[in-house]
Design a protein around this ligand. Structure first.
Ligand code: ADP
Ligand code: ZN
Ligand code: ZN
Length: 721
């Protein structure tokens, strides 16, 4: 057979591309090649060599150059990616593109992976005393005065140090030195593990070297991370690699420090806020096997692990693991797949496991391990419902809630008021005529942001100034309706004048590291009131936080999304878990208009496991995931007719298939950012039946003329409908 290369290119098309091999160099499966593409060139990954092509040999273009002598993506990753592209019905090229850091998708030499260290030059030493430099440059000079430091440590110690390093290096004051990845002497020792922790470590430890999924089910603060640490220590001692996935990077600096100080190895970090060069270096160090410990968010699930020993997915229930655009994979599912291919155990950790994982435990596919006690805590926090009906509310806060906050700060302790909505108020209403401010592009209420004097759409970022009077009837009284974190902050600050009130949401933590800095002061033994969104639901041990007040969760009780109950239960338990972590008992108040709602009742009386079990029974009885399988076709366009026409054609193309089809119907938000949105939901109880129909259908969709007038996507196992 003539040698023809089949190449995955990073384009949203359902095909791979064939090329003649380049004049020089040997392309192998998994190496990158530079190829002519359209009027330009592109870097692709060789998926197969010596393929039989459907394009005439004469018409095939020749690849320009092989970029890697040896495969950059090993056989295991290549196989996983091929499977993933099939399963999530992604454009194959996009699956490969997801696996490679951006810097490795370009026609450039691979970055140097030796550890980057910086030190003061002679000139730098003298400048230290004389220099007029200020700000970051000064800080960097002073930080390096004690001796050379690695880029990793500088990332932690001095956010934004890179610009300063560039300026100082240009001025000859500091210089880069390269070193092998440093090993450190562990500076903290492991606590004596509890019996439950010990049990978990020995059970999972016994599975090292083979595939076995575990669900580590333990409340926040029960010591799951200590279990991961003990296992990682074993894995590293065997010369193997451990991959730890976390849902968000907000907590990474803290976790990186904890890992390094305990295990004494350099931690390679992979997430999307990282400078591209750093991300590529971390990926490459994993590929050589030099990196023993890799910590990252969703896309880090694609890290090469030639010496894999263990994969951990922390907070496995978190929806951040699902990619919501482009290649819509789920990192938890991929972690399972990779663990199987790599023959290693995979540990899914959570205080509030997903119903999917609980179903897998019930089916015997996962082994579950429990951590029930909290080492530091006296007893689990006591949760109490505050009935809001017929109460005089002050900016949405009930007297009972305010009294509890007052008691807490009077004792010198901290209170957290949780409200999962940013801004001042979700609606601005005219009391004279009923007009309310609405996004012209989404037909959805605009959120009032009082401090910025703006109305902002939380769906498309449209913003406008707050009008002085009603645009409809000119009445001067526009009234904010409902409460966001900004309003709660204002109300609490007005009432508790001698206690700091800190708001933590996306607005106040926009700056890099602002989150860390805001929380820094809270480790002290002083009273404070925190107001915040979901961002506060996890992480950071706040030893002086003893009251958690949850407000405004009622929306979650009446949502059309069948996953809303599961999410609400998880959120309540996660937020409640923030109270009383250290030696002080915690208290949790849940303010609601529906004190008798069965979900809330069961959650409070019997806990998450019982509530989750009821929710699972419900899902089973109506064949919803994880007992049924779903695929969602979404489409949007500036003109409604285009959406309707496409969805009708797509629906017709499924005629006769043994599937349940709901729609075509408008999306839950029928208009967003000026585009009309519709969807078609396909359900089946057999996954194989579903996929058998979907593959040809997916190909057929590309050929529909009506598809060209819409933006469309397929979402396999969607997590929001
Ligand atoms: P999780 O990951 O489940 O939230 P962590 O592992 O972070 O829990 O543990 C919570 C806190 O309890 C940490 O400060 C940790 O150092 C401490 N801790 C965990 N296990 C033990 C133990 N066996 N003995 C003493 N302290 C422990
Ligand atoms: Zn009006
Ligand atoms: Zn909008």
């Amino acid at each position: 057979m003539p040698a023809v290369l089949r190449v995955a290119l990073p384009v949203p098309l359902p095909t791979l591309f064939d090329y003649l091999p380049p004049e020089a160099g040997q392309a192998s499966v998994g190496s990158r090649v530079l190829v002519p593409f359209g009027k330009s060139t592109a870097v692709g990954v060789v998926v197969a060599t010596e393929v039989e092509t459907s394009v005439g040999q004469a018409r095939l273009k020749r690849a320009l150059r092989v970029l890697d002598d040896a495969a950059l993506l090993d056989a295991e990753l290549m196989a996983t990616l091929a499977w993933a592209a099939e399963y999530w019905l992604g454009a194959p090229g996009e699956a490969y593109a997801n696996a490679l850091p951006l810097a490795l998708r370009e026609d450039r030499a691979l970055p140097d992976t030796r550890e980057e260290m910086w030190e003061l030059t002679q000139a730098g030493r003298s400048a230290l005393d004389a220099s007029s430099r200020r700000g970051r440059s000064r800080a960097l000079l002073e930080t390096l005065a004690a001796g050379p430091l690695s880029a990793d440590v500088l990332h932690e110690a001095l956010p934004g140090w890179r610009d300063a390093a560039r300026r100082l290096a240009e001025a000859g004051l500091i210089a880069r030195v390269d070193a092998r990845l440093a090993t450190h002497t562990p500076s903290t020792v492991a606590p004596a593990l509890s019996a439950e922790q010990q049990q978990a470590v020995s059970t999972i430890g016994a599975a090292l070297g083979r595939f076995q999924p575990f669900l580590l089910d333990g409340v926040t603060g029960s010591g799951k991370t200590e279990v991961y640490l003990a296992l990682m220590e074993q894995v590293i001692a065997q010369g193997k690699q451990a991959l730890l996935l976390v849902p968000e990077i907000g907590l990474a600096p803290q976790t990186v420090r904890r890992l390094r100080e305990r295990l004494g190895v350099s931690v390679q970090v992979l997430h999307s806020n990282l400078a591209e060069g750093d991300r590529a270096r971390a990926w490459l160090r994993a590929r050589t096997g030099e990196a023993k410990l890799i910590l990252g968010t969703r896309s880090a699930v694609f890290t090469p692990l030639p010496h894999a020993g263990l994969i951990v997915v922390d907070e496995e229930h978190d929806s951040a693991y699902k990619q919501q655009e482009g290649f819509r994979y789920h990192a938890r599912d991929l972690a399972l797949l990779r663990a199987r291919a790599l023959n290693v155990p995979v540990v899914l950790g959570s205080a509030t496991p997903s119903l999917e994982s609980l179903a897998n435990v019930k089916a015997g596919r996962y082994q579950s391990l429990h951590l029930r006690a909290r080492p530091g805590a006296v007893r689990p926090p006591q949760v109490q419902i505050v009935d809001m009906r017929a109460q005089r509310l002050e900016h949405g806060l009930s007297p009972a809630l305010l009294a509890a906050v007052a008691d807490t700060v009077a004792r010198g302790e901290q209170a957290l008021v949780f409200r999962n909505r940013r801004g001042y108020a979700p609606v601005l209403l005219c009391h004279a005529c009923g007009w309310h401010a609405e996004c012209p592009r989404c037909e959805h209420p605009l959120t009032l942001h009082a401090g910025r004097r703006q109305l902002i759409c939380h769906h498309c970022d449209y913003s406008s100034r707050v009008p002085e009077q009603c645009p409809s009837c000119q009445a001067p009284q526009l009234k904010p309706q409902g409460q966001g974190t900004e309003r709660l902050e204002e109300a609490l600050a007005a009432r508790f004048t001698d206690v700091p009130v800190l708001r933590i949401d996306r607005e106040t933590t926009r700056r890099r590291d602002a989150f860390e800095q805001l929380l820094e002061g809270l480790h002290e033994e002083r009273p404070a009131i925190l107001v915040g969104t979901q961002m506060l639901a996890k992480g950071h041990d706040l030893p002086n936080l003893t009251l958690v007040a949850i407000v405004g969760v009622d929306e979650g009780l009446h949502s059309v999304d069948f996953r809303a109950s599961e999410r609400l239960a998880q959120l309540v338990v996660q937020v409640a878990g923030r109270a009383g972590r250290a030696s002080k008992p915690g208290r949790v108040l849940l303010q609601t208009h529906h004190p008798d709602h069965p979900l809330l009742r069961q959650l409070l009386a019997q806990g998450y496991a019982a509530a989750a079990s009821s929710l699972l029974d419900e899902r089973r009885s109506i064949e919803l995931p994880p007992y049924g399988h779903q695929v969602l076709l979404r489409a949007d366009a500036h003109q409604r007719e285009h959406v309707d026409a496409f969805l009708a054609d797509a629906n017709a193309a499924l005629a006769g298939a043994p599937l349940q089809i709901a729609g075509p119907m408008p999306a839950p938000m029928p208009l967003r950012a000026g585009r009309h949105r519709g969807q078609l939901l396909i359900e089946a109880t057999s996954r194989s039946a579903l996929h058998a129909v979907l593959r040809p259908w997916h190909q057929a969709l590309w050929r529909l003329p009506s598809a060209r007038r819409v933006r469309w996507s397929l979402d396999v196992d969607p997590i929001d409908l």
